[in-house]
Every structure is written in C-alpha cells, then in structure tokens.
Design a protein. Structure first.
Length: 276
C-alpha cells in the first residue's frame, strides 16, 4: 500500500474517499496557505490594479511558501488564479485591464502544498461599490455559510444544495447550476460533486472523512450562464452581477472543519486593511 492509499479508505456505497487525521492535517496546512494568499491580496485589490498583477502576486506568494498554484497549466489554463469581475461567474482569466472603482471581483486560489490542495475564493470590493453589489456579496457569503452549517454525518449533499438555494432564492437572487463544488485532497477534483441547489435527502450521504469544496455562485438576475470563446470565462447571459465564495471543508464526526478560514478574519468584505 502506498503512502497516498494509506491516507484514505473508500466508502463502498458512494465510491467517495474517506480521509484520515493525517490527511486532514495536510489539508489544514494547504487550506490555510491559500487563505493567507487571499489575505495578502486584500490591500492590493484597488482601482487601477491589473488582474495580471494580482496573478503575479499569487504565483510569487506560492513559490515563496513552497507551494504551486494548481491552476497554473491546468488543462491549458496558464495563470495562477482566476479573477472574475462583475458579471463574470467564474474562471475569469487575469489580464492587463485595470480594475475600476465600483467593480466587484472574485479571486479564486488553489495552492498545492506537500501534495495537498487548498482551494478557496473570496469577493473583493474595488473602491466604492453600489448597494446592489454589496447586497449580492452579503447574500452569497450567507449562502455559503448556510450550506456549510448543515454539513455533518448522516446529512446528504442535497441538504447542502437545498439550504443554499432556499436562502438565495428567498433573497430574490438565483443560483448558478452549471458549476458545482467538488471533492479534493491530493487530487484537484474528485468525488463527490456538491450541487448548490437541490432537494433535502437527495445525493450521497455525508460521512466523517469526506473532503470537498462548497462554492456557490449567486446571480442578481437570471441563473443562466454561457462560456466565452476562450473556453474558460463563464458569464451571466443577462450581464447582471454574479458573486461567489468558496471554502474547502472536511466532514468530522459531529460536523465539519473549514480548512480555508481567513487567518486575518477577512472572510467577507469589507476588509479593514492597511495599505502596504
């Protein structure tokens, strides 16, 4: 048995990996490093900064901490993070266009540290943003936390989706259905898929040792999205604002552990930072 195999067993019913305490520690270290990267970026996400500059900062941070960005050269993606601005839902490609006052941007970072993947994303407000944008960010963060709150052994993946969908739609927002959370560990993506919509009681039963992301994408307008010709950038079809937050979590015997909580307390805007 290899060292990798010794860190997990396989739930026969669902074929989902169940990780042990050593694996949880590896995920804890990787998750905290990814969260630190997002903390580091907070004072730099300001009007005039280029998303390519943010991407460079993520790469430098990763290398300085003995890590590698998982997205770098992943399936042809050539950047160290995703930067999704305004009506971009996810997988936005960093580039030379500067951020503008009033933009909102999701920055999604996955760092591989000692073989483990820490995957997390947050929203950032660029300068002064509208109340509509501010409210969307608030609803999206609350959607994530409501999904996390139901996680414990005996619940199902459908319980997570139902909690998110019920809240978001109750706030007159919509849930993107084309993209979902996913299992991870020493692989970037594995079982289970975590839908952000659905019915209570549906889907695989949660068991202690499962590790996955929850990463709802919430729109102000309709839920429909399309992927642009670059093959990555997903946008809302009605060009209304979209927001996303993501945590990597592990199911424990009585609940769950969030691996990617911000060490600085920067879990949602506004981030009270000092310029550096």
């Amino acid at each position: 048995m290899t060292k990798l195999d010794s860190m997990h067993t396989l739930d026969k019913a669902s074929k989902i990996k169940l990780y042990n305490a050593e694996a949880f520690e590896g995920m804890r270290i990787a998750g905290q490093l990814a969260a630190q990267a997002l903390d580091m970026l907070a004072p730099h996400v300001v009007p005039g900064v280029k998303t390519s500059t943010i991407d460079d900062m993520v790469l430098e941070f990763a290398l300085d901490h003995g890590a590698i960005p998982a997205t770098l050269n992943y399936r042809g993606f050539t950047h160290s993070c995703c930067t999704s601005i305004n009506h971009v839902v996810c997988h936005g490609i960093p580039g030379p266009k500067p951020l503008r006052n009033g933009d909102i941007v999701n920055i999604d970072v996955t760092l591989i540290k000692d073989g483990w993947h820490g995957d997390t994303s947050r929203m950032y407000a660029v300068g002064e943003i509208s109340r509509r944008a501010e409210r969307l960010i608030e609803v999206t963060y609350e959607s994530l936390m409501r999904g996390i709150a139901v996680v414990k052994p005996g619940r199902t993946t459908g319980d997570i989706g139902a909690a998110i969908q019920t809240y978001a739609e109750g706030e007159r927002c919509s849930v993107v259905q084309e993209f979902c959370g996913h299992g991870l560990g020493q692989n970037f993506h594995e079982r289970p898929n975590i839908l952000h919509y659905g019915e209570k009681g549906e889907g695989p039963v949660l068991k202690a040792g499962m590790i996955f992301t929850i990463e709802p994408m919430i729109n102000l307008g309709r839920p429909q999205v399309k992927v642009l010709s670059d093959g990555w950038t997903a946008v809302t079809r009605d060009k209304q604002l979209s927001a996303q937050f993501e945590h990597s979590i592990g199911v424990t015997k009585d609940g769950c552990e969030i691996f990617t909580s911000s060490p600085m307390g920067y879990n949602k805007p506004p981030y009270e930072t000092k310029d550096t």
